[in-house]
Ligand binder design. Sequence first.
Ligand code: SF4
Ligand code: SF4
Length: 73
Amino acid sequence: MGNRAEIDSSQCKGCGYCKVSCPRSCIELSKKINAQGYNYAEFVGEGRCVACGICFYVCPEPGAITVIKEQKK
Ligand code: SF4
Ligand code: SF4
């Protein structure tokens, strides 16, 4: 499946820290809003994400981002 950042859109407050911090431009803010009224972050980095974890570390909302590293067979 590849490296990726899973974003729980219901936890996201749309601050955009993850988007501006990702070195591989893997995250965008959605035009849609979540139940809290925030334009939530979406992972768009299929094939680009290096699972560095920066998005996870900068996110102020616990549990909003989970970074998943590709499992090598
Ligand atoms: S883990 Fe790194 S490369 Fe992947 S989305 Fe997060 S900041 Fe970007
Ligand atoms: S850093 Fe966290 S709260 Fe901010 S936009 Fe990204 S996922 Fe949402």
